[in-house]
Design a protein around this ligand. Structure first.
Ligand code: ATP
Ligand code: MG
Length: 623
């Protein structure tokens, strides 16, 4: 699974104008990796930059990443596939390097740092450059351009990785399917090492397909391949890159579309191809061909010596924290503030009312302890707040913050620790839990946050203008898209889909609206997916969404309560029914964990506990 790791502290990250300005205001030289949202910062250079940083050990040298899509000043860099490194001193651009060219980057950092110091120490004049990307494509006269390598970009990948070359052909690109296909590629566990969008000339198409030169269809193929833009991808595999060539061929399916549809309906060609010439995607046949095709599309592609994964980055991990009912009710905000300040990212959260049976299952290794009955009681007297916390060394760090598990010892030995500070009179057990080890953490996290599937729909009002944005957010929030289909619902389907609302005054409007144009139907998968997707959508009524969860999708995109842009299943049970209804398949996941046996009862218990004094909407949209 494409688990996102936290950025290391080497690079400051800018994803909005304000952060960008902060970077420009930093004293010294800042090396900025300008990246596209779809691919993220250039990971291949991180260890190189760290090494240079360690070697130079200079307080005036800084590193940053900046997302071109969300910073207006970087508009000209949007949609560029090659990594771009911009060098800023005193808020001004002093150099630019295209491509992750290690020797050039290093030289440039050393040179520019020396220059910047001259400027700062001796009041020298800063040599400002103008990058063409920032000033349209016109050539600026008299401006030095020696920083740009003439022959385009170069890319560095670890030599240890095998790769294949994939092409999304002009038919699929012309039909607007490129983004969708790229999402599916990533969800299938392929890693995109490089991407370029370009239209092949006839001569290039001829050269690329020269091995098919004797086939009847050759001329048609050449015409087709040069008829419009293609996306060229260099792919590796997150797990076991050694079989990437085969895995990709398997994923795209047979070249003959009829055969693909019959034998491999899930394959890309079955889904996106229209006839054998227009079969949507290409893949290298074997490792040798992958090498030749790579050289053809990316002549400067180079392999770097196996970049040992950065140690600090490796240690980013998760732990499970539980805040037991009494303290969850009294001190929740205070504790969340402590967590936040300690550098944890709150990656999942959920408030859950455990039955005794579930608490017993969670603590089954503690059954023999004499405090077990008290623990059970403490865990089931109200909703527990469960959190998955992420940072470097999370398990140990959270344990350190908690302090000794025995309350008396905690108070005597470490009165500042969280367990000592947030204890409850009349409750002999500590009020906070943390996993003991990384293995225990993953078991405990999947207990509270099992992987689920949910049905998500981009409703007709949002398909035309917001589809790409919503798909991107789905990915950014860590969902995997297991299926995706654009469908026009019939009236019968729409009625059936919303049958629970048939008595509502808005029912006929709702049915009408849902049939007014195609919807994008998706199966999303993630830990705790049902709640996570509901939180991402925000409240049903966009006015309420704007007031209470301004970051949510409905707050930002929906015109009114009827046309509220997105749908998400309301419970696990509904998710299964809706997936069955739309796609005619069972969810690929059977959740056997005890806590989901009876959601309705849990909700009822929760309401009773909260009475009318405490509205619990813990699960606001994650920021
Ligand atoms: P959905 O089921 O679409 O995910 P939801 O669960 O947030 O949304 P429901 O209460 O199930 O909301 O309502 C189903 C849909 O009916 C809403 O998404 C909205 O499109 C429509 N709807 C709900 N309330 C109203 C209303 N008062 N007026 C018009 N349409 C409404
Ligand atoms: Mg609903």
């Amino acid at each position: 699974m494409a688990g996102k790791k936290k950025e290391t502290t080497l690079q400051v990250s800018a994803t909005n104008q304000e952060q960008w300005e902060e970077i420009l205001a930093t004293k010294g030289l800042t090396v900025v990796d300008v990246y596209q949202r779809w691919c993220g910062p250039c990971r291949a250079v991180i260890s190189l930059l760290r090494k240079i940083n360690n070697e130079l050990g200079d307080d005036l040298l800084h590193f940053a990443t900046a997302e071109a899509d969300s910073i207006d000043a970087l508009e000209k860099y949007r949609g560029k596939c090659e990594p771009t490194f911009l060098f800023y001193g005193g808020g001004e651009l002093v150099a630019a390097v295209q491509g992750a060219n290690a020797p050039l980057l290093k030289k440039m950092i050393v040179d520019q740092l020396a220059e910047e110091k001259l400027v700062l120490e001796h009041d020298g004049e800063r040599k400002v450059v103008v990058d063409h990307k920032l000033v349209d494509d016109e050539k600026i006269e008299g401006e030095e351009d020696h920083h740009h390598s003439e022959d385009g970009e170069s890319i560095i990948v670890p030599a240890s990785k095998s790769y294949t070359v994939a092409v999304i052909k002009p038919d699929a690109v012309a039909h607007g399917k490129a983004n969708e296909i790229i999402m599916k590629i990533q969800d299938a566990g392929f890693e995109i090492l490089a991407r370029d969008e370009r239209t092949l000339t006839e001569a290039q198409a001829r050269e690329f397909y020269q091995y098919k030169g004797t086939e009847d269809c050759f001329e048609d193929l050449v015409q087709f391949m040069s008829s419009g833009p293609s996306h060229i991808l260099v792919l590796s595999k997150l797990e076991d890159s050694s079989n990437v060539v085969k895995a990709w061929l398997h994923f795209i399916g047979p070249a003959n579309i009829d055969e693909a549809k019959r034998q491999k309906p899930e394959s890309l060609r079955a889904q996106y191809g229209t006839r054998t010439l227009f079969n949507a995607v290409h893949g290298s046949e074997d490792a040798d061909q992958a090498g030749r095709e790579l050289a053809f599309f990316f002549p400067d592609f180079s392999t770097a010596p196996g970049t040992a994964q950065d140690a600090e980055e490796e240690r980013v991990e998760r732990t499970l924290a539980l805040i037991r009912p009494l303290v969850a009710r009294e001190n929740r905000e205070e504790i969340l503030t402590h967590i936040n300040k300690s550098g944890f990212q709150l990656s999942l959260q959920r408030e859950v009312m455990l039955t005794e049976e579930q608490a017993r299952e969670f603590y089954n290794h503690r059954v023999e302890e004499d405090y077990f009955p008290a623990l059970l009681q403490s865990m089931t007297r109200g909703p527990v707040l469960a959190l998955a916390l992420t940072r470097e060394d999370a398990v140990q760090h959270w344990k350190n913050m908690l302090g000794p598990s025995d309350l008396r010892r905690a108070k005597e030995e470490d009165p500042e620790c969280l367990r000592a500070r947030f204890s409850m009179e009349g409750d002999p057990v500590n009020q906070l839990h943390g996993s003991q080890s990384t293995e225990e953490a993953s078991r405990e996290i999947s207990f509270f946050f099992p992987v689920q599937q949910t049905l998500a729909v981009i409703k007709p009002d949002a398909v035309d203008h917001h589809k790409d944005k919503i798909l991107q957010e789905i990915r950014d929030r860590g969902f995997s898209v297991r299926r995706l289909e654009e469908k026009l619902l019939s009236r019968e389907m729409a009625k059936g889909f919303y049958k629970e609302h048939r008595k509502q005054p808005f029912f006929s409007q709702l049915v009408e609206f849902m049939c007014s144009g195609p919807s994008v139907m998706m199966i999303l998968e993630k830990e705790n997916a049902v709640e996570e997707w509901r939180a991402a959508m925000g409240p049903t009524d966009p006015d309420r969404a704007k007031a209470e969860f301004p970051d949510s999708l409905r707050a930002r995109l929906a015109p009114d309560v009827l046309r509220n842009s997105v749908h998400g299943s309301s419970s696990q049970k509904r998710a299964q029914e809706e997936i069955q209804f739309i796609f005619g398949e069972q969810t690929g996941i059977t959740d056997t964990s005890a806590k989901n046996t009876n959601e309705a009862t849990l909700d009822k218990q929760k309401q009773q506990y909260e009475g009318d004094t405490h509205e619990s909407n813990l699960h606001g949209p994650p920021k």
